[in-house]
Design a binder for this molecule. Structure first.
Ligand code: HEC
Length: 149
């Protein structure tokens, strides 16, 4: 009984650590080319992820917008911090829900810690699974994003 509890504790801890490491590794290998290693973005290429997402995920609609764009991708015009981007955000469906939760949790803690709400809880795989099952359209994603401006 106690042994199971200790095992569970240890297992939970190692899974948590593994997810955090995967998040950074996935980001560096797949997102940094466009969004830059520090999440600052690059004019003419991709908007910043640093300092812009923390507040966004504090509202229910923003909480689903961020996983939604990662699962469905988006193309077209997007304004961020006064700069208009007109590129293509690929979709990342090849990654598992846990891997995607890991990469977004990495982006939030590494680049948006200052703006995260006090009650912020890390993303869980299930939130990505829900959006994968009911993929948002580009129109929905834009509406969710503009609701937060
Ligand atoms: C090929 C370049 C490219 C790559 C690689 C890329 N993105 Fe993007 N990303 C974009 C572009 C361009 C946009 C803006 C989309 C638009 O204009 O419709 C964007 C938008 C976003 C947004 C929304 C930002 C906002 O202000 O609403 C998030 C979140 C995001 N990307 C996360 C990621 C993550 C996480 C990865 C890696 C798994 C990734 N991106 C990889 C180009 C890229």
């Amino acid at each position: 009984m106690i042994r199971h509890f200790i095992f569970g504790l240890f297992f939970g801890l190692t899974v948590g650590i593994a997810q955090a490491q995967d998040g950074k590794a996935i980001y560096d290998a797949n997102c940094a080319a466009c969004h830059q290693p520090d999440g600052a973005g690059a004019v003419g290429l991709a908007p910043p992820l640093a300092g812009t997402l923390g507040k966004r995920v504090g509202s229910p609609v923003g909480r689903k917008y961020v996983p939604g764009i990662v699962i469905a991708g988006l193309a077209g015009k997007m304004e961020s911090k006064g700069v208009v981007y007109n590129g293509i955000m690929p979709n990342w469906q090849q990654f598992s829900d846990a891997e995607l939760a890991g990469v977004i949790n990495y982006v939030l803690t590494a680049f948006n810690a200052a703006e995260l709400a006090a009650g912020h809880t890390p993303y869980e795989a299930a939130e990505f699974a829900a959006l994968r099952a009911k993929k948002p359209t580009g129109k929905e994603l834009r509406a969710w994003r503009s609701e937060l401006e």
